[in-house]
Ligand binder design. Structure first.
Ligand code: UD1
Length: 424
């Protein structure tokens, strides 16, 4: 296995380009299953383990793909299977994104139920509810979601999501674009990754209005075609790199962004005393002499993202005073706290909130985590810790960060990837 070995204490500085977004790439790749018509060429697809797992799933279904230099080419004219198997879904929950497109195109699909998750239960009831509203019969058999269209085609419907769900909104959109008649999605997720999916579907020929609002109206069309497309930037990667600048007292510019997509995070940095300068697509963070504590609550976009909560907590260990961190999306997404405390942080946890008592001097040791953003949080802590921090099980990080150690090295960090063996 790989580990990252970090010698902390280097102040980061310089300019780095943001990678393409993982969370928009995955539904966009799924949407290529909607049409047999032509070949898609999609740029700015990050080279990540989750993306490669999704491409593997497409290959399993029978699509032909090539992926090089962040360009993905897909032709799904001759699919041979309508089933997403357990072996691939268990590697990545986002595999559920094939549910909507396969159902819409073939009238039948079987998708393995995703299992549990490191930060608590993650049900898929809203995905299923949306397919049923659109006229499918859904049964759960032997660990699979089996969805079948009654009649020749899905039918437009009014779907009011009881809670905002990125994945269920994406699946409902992909199922509705070729349904008969009008679909209205209420309380749709507002995340930029959903907007990106809408733009992609529009380019394919879908008729969607209300993009960028919580009410999406979709008029079903008969035909979609393959297109060329540019993916959006990864706001979570960019936010993590800015955190790396702030925690080391450095000054970093991240280019290729859409600063509005990060507004809640940039506002938190400002409150912490950082100076944020925006020039076109570039965001520069200059650190203050002393970080101030800032309370955050993770909620759906446009509020502070749950995917930045762990990294923010690492930063707050260095702030002068106490801060409170609440996650209202995932109530158990705190498995980074015991590891941060092992590095010397002083963080209390009660249910879905944490109190960080800062500032604390951190000292490196071996740490590991069982999820992606928690691993990023530990890397950030390692950047400021005295002596050496070893972040084990880097494969979690590789699911969502493209060449993270190369980017941090380019900014001046002392971080190396090494092989190690775990005890059996
Ligand atoms: C996506 C992101 C993930 C991010 C999350 C929240 C991708 C690939 N992943 O995950 O990084 O942390 O959004 O911003 O884009 N829920 C239900 N029933 C459902 C679906 C969701 O109760 O059928 C709940 C979830 O448990 C959670 C909340 O809804 O509490 C939001 O989850 P959702 O937005 O669906 O997350 P994902 O799309 O899985």
């Amino acid at each position: 296995m790989d580990k990252l070995v970090i010698r902390g204490g280097k102040r980061l500085g310089g300019t780095i380009a943001a990678s393409g977004s993982k969370n928009s790439a995955l539904p966009v790749i799924a949407a290529t299953l909607l049409t047999p018509d032509g070949t898609f060429v999609i740029d700015r697809i990050p080279d990540l383990k989750d993306v490669r797992t999704f491409i593997q799933l497409l290959g399993y279904l029978g699509a032909s793909t090539s992926f090089e230099n962040n360009r993905l080419t897909v032709c799904s004219s001759q699919l041979q299977s309508i089933e997403a198997p357990y072996e691939l879904v268990k590697k990545m929950r986002a595999s559920i994104y094939v549910l909507g497109p396969l159902l819409a195109r073939f009238g039948h699909t079987r998708v393995s139920l995703p299992g549990g998750c490191a930060f608590g239960p993650r049900p898929v009831d809203l995905h299923i509810m949306a397919m049923e509203k659109l006229g499918a019969t859904v049964t759960i058999e032997q660990g699979f979601i089996d969805a079948r269209v009654n009649g020749s085609r899905l039918r437009g419907a009014h779907i009011d999501f009881p809670i905002s769900s990125v994945g269920a909104t994406g699946n409902a959109l992909m199922a509705a674009v070729t349904a008969e008649g009008t679909t209205v999605l209420e309380n749709a997720a507002l995340e930029p990754e959903i907007e990106c999916l809408c733009r992609f579907l529009q380019k394919m020929g879908a008729n969607i209005s209300g993009i960028g609002t919580t009410t999406l109206v979709i008029e079903g069309v008969d035909r979609l075609t393959a297109v060329g497309f540019d993916n959006i930037f990864d706001r979570i990667e960019a936010g993590t790199l800015l955190c790396a600048a702030a925690i080391t007292g450095g000054s970093v510019t991240v280019t290729g962004t859409v600063p509005e997509h990060l507004e809640s995070v940039l506002e938190a940095f400002r409150q912490a005393g950082c100076t944020i300068t925006i020039k076109g697509d570039a965001i520069t963070l200059n650190s203050p002499a002393e970080l101030q504590p800032v309370d955050i609550t993770a909620r759906p976009y446009p509020e502070f993202p749950t995917d930045m909560q762990a990294q923010w907590m690492a930063l707050m260990t260095q702030a002068k005073g106490d801060s409170t961190i609440i996650d209202r999306i995932y109530l158990e997404r705190f498995n980074h706290i015991p590891e941060l405390n092992r590095l010397g942080a002083n963080i209390e946890i009660r249910d879905n909130w944490a109190k960080v008592h800062g500032p604390r001097e951190l000292t490196g040791t071996k740490v590991m985590s069982t999820d992606l953003r928690a691993s990023a949080c530990l890397v950030l802590a390692g950047l400021i810790a005295r002596q050496t921090t070893e972040v084990l099980r880097v494969y979690h990080l590789d699911r969502g960060y493209e060449a993270i150690e190369k980017k941090l090295t380019a900014l001046g960090a002392d971080i190396k990837r090494e092989k190690y063996q775990e005890f059996a």
